[in-house]
Design a protein around this ligand. Structure first.
Ligand SMILES: CC(C)(COP(=O)(O)OP(=O)(O)OC[C@H]1O[C@@H](n2cnc3c(N)ncnc32)[C@H](O)[C@@H]1OP(=O)(O)O)[C@@H](O)C(=O)NCCC(=O)NCCS
Length: 213
């Protein structure tokens, strides 16, 4: 990954256009994020969510991109341009890795948009940014998000116990990871045998100390 940060790209998948947010997205963003169901399983979305929250969030993004800290994309429909959600990477270039986060507005749930966006961003992260690893924490009980990550080829790497507090509850967070050399190789629905072979637990039997070869 280079230190230069040119303009944030637009990524396209079959049905989505992942583009940088613009200030005019604030009302649509506020409308989708106001839903408690979207805020509940994320740490970054306040609740209740107002237009001020949306505007402050959008205003922070260009600087975060320019500083090489974060790349956040609006998930929009290629057909019609509706804003359906967001997806982003917290970049950690010194480790050639990034933390993935995403949400989809409730009216658009269950159509495969999150999975499609994760695959598109993973392709960009590995093939264009040159990262070697993506990871995500999921708040315990968020089965839909776990499913998204598994469908996109991530492995469950462990459980971060009592890792976050949200709305007065302390919860465990399963940790998911995807390596560059696994990207594109994972079958969409791996068998349990394949999952076991590819699992970090299996890899721990033969740990590798140098990944730069
Ligand atoms: C998690 C989230 C992003 C999923 O978005 P989406 O566009 O509906 O996801 P997809 O349609 O790509 O895939 C969802 C999968 O979860 C499954 N699913 C949904 N609810 C589920 C549940 N309660 N239990 C088990 N699986 C569930 C769906 O059936 C689908 O799997 P399938 O294709 O095998 O049928 C969305 O629910 C969301 O934004 N939630 C709130 C914010 C959030 O949790 N973000 C993630 C933080 S880690």
């Amino acid at each position: 990954m280079t230190d230069a940060h040119p303009e944030q790209p637009v990524l396209a998948s079959a049905r989505l256009r992942l583009r940088p947010f613009v200030p005019g997205d604030a009302p649509g963003l506020a409308r989708l994020c106001a839903d408690r169901a979207v805020a509940e399983t994320t740490l970054r979305i306040p609740h209740p969510y107002t237009l001020d929250h949306a505007e402050a969030f959008l205003a922070s993004l260009p600087e975060a991109w320019a500083a090489g800290q974060e790349a956040v994309f609006a998930q929009t429909l290629r057909d019609g341009g509706d804003l359906v959600g967001a997806i982003g990477l917290k970049l950690e270039p010194e480790h050639l890795r990034a933390e993935l986060g995403y949400w989809v507005g409730v009216p658009y749930w269950g159509r495969g948009y999150a999975t499609e966006a994760v695959r598109a961003v993973a392709g960009w992260a590995f093939l264009d940014l040159g990262l070697g690893r993506l990871y995500a924490h999921v708040m315990g009980g968020n089965a839909a998000s776990e499913r998204v990550l598994l469908k996109a080829g991530f492995s469950r790497e462990g459980l971060l116990r009592r890792h976050v507090r949200r709305w007065g509850r302390t919860v465990d967070c399963p940790l998911f990871g995807l390596l560059k050399d696994e990207f594109g190789r994972a079958a969409p629905h791996p068998t349990s045998e394949q999952r076991e072979e590819a699992s970090p637990a299996a890899r721990l039997q033969n740990p590798k100390l140098d990944y730069d070869d």
